[in-house]
Design a protein around this ligand. Structure first.
Ligand SMILES: NC(=O)c1ccc[n+]([C@@H]2O[C@H](COP(=O)([O-])OP(=O)(O)OC[C@H]3O[C@@H](n4cnc5c(N)ncnc54)[C@H](OP(=O)(O)O)[C@@H]3O)[C@@H](O)[C@H]2O)c1
Length: 244
């Protein structure tokens, strides 16, 4: 199957690999980002680059107005900043992360949903972090939990328009975003593995796509524990840990 796909956050990491792999599979690909050099590299690979800051709703609306009808939109752009609450709750950091990961997704929906026709699919990239409260993830985890609810609600409301919605929740993937992490990342996968899991899940029309399986089962298991038990166990297991 091939068609027309728009991917946000396509200039790096998971989004970049998805853009290359969809192009390779014969799709017409629009790849979004901010970094000019990395967008040029996408263009060299046959991907149409779209440059805008995802927090700028007007810029996104302008870009969307020039697009044809799409078969797939993958809202993947995002950032992660950890908070050291022991030094005080950083309200500015919280606002930054929520704005990039959650509010900007709202702007993207306003701009790009009108480009999706019946039979098409919307995918939102959240994270496995929302299965389990993890240290220093107050801002990142809250933004991704918001995306989970957003995707689950949109699935109900867009079904009447014949648009499918997939929620993507990766574990740790080796990208520039996780390269900054100063803690062990269990079950880390490559961007190629992540892209394969996402593309096959989307092709199968899955509502939920999460990987790698072993890591997700662990998170689910810990997530099902009583809060008091996770509080004790979590402190030991993640004494320097943080989320994906
Ligand atoms: N890597 C993981 O382990 C992991 C795990 C779970 C979920 N995720 C999620 O997967 C998504 C991609 O992550 P990644 O690891 O591939 O990160 P990455 O390599 O840092 O790529 C992030 C992408 O988002 C774009 N972006 C960030 N802020 C933007 C903004 N304000 N406006 C426009 N574009 C913006 C970046 O574009 P520019 O660089 O051009 O600005 C870049 O293309 C994120 O939503 C992340 O939360 C990642």
């Amino acid at each position: 199957m091939s068609g027309r796909v728009l991917i946000t956050g396509a200039s790096s990491g998971i989004g970049r690999q998805l853009a290359l792999d969809y192009r390779c599979a014969g799709w017409q690909v629009w790849g979004c980002g901010r970094d000019e050099g990395r967008l040029q590299a996408l263009a060299d690979a046959g991907i149409t680059p779209l440059q805008f800051d995802a927090r700028d709703s007007a810029a996104m609306a302008r870009v969307a107005a020039g697009l044809p009808v799409l078969d797939l939109v993958i809202l993947n752009a995002g950032n992660c900043e950890y908070m050291d609450v022991a030094e005080g709750f950083d309200g500015a950091l919280f606002a930054r992360v929520i704005e990039t990961n959650l509010i900007a997704t709202g702007h993207a929906l306003a701009a790009f949903l009108p480009r999706l026709a019946p039979g098409s699919r919307l995918a939102i990239v959240s994270s496995s972090v929302s299965w389990l409260p993890l240290p220093r993830a107050e801002a990142y985890g809250a933004s991704k939990a918001g995306l989970d609810y957003l995707a689950d609600t949109l699935r109900l409301d867009l079904a009447t328009r014949g648009i499918g919605v997939s929620l993507i929740r990766p574990g740790f993937v080796s990208t520039p975003l996780t390269a900054k992490n100063d803690f062990p990342m269990p079950c880390l996968v490559t961007v190629e593995e992540a892209s394969r899991a996402i593309m096959s899940g989307l092709a199968a029309g899955r509502h939920q796509i999460h990987f790698p399986r072993r890591f997700i089962w662990l998170l689910r298991l810990f997530g099902a524990l009583p809060t008091g038990l996770w509080l004790r166990l979590g402190r030991t297991l993640t004494s320097k840990g943080s989320p994906s």
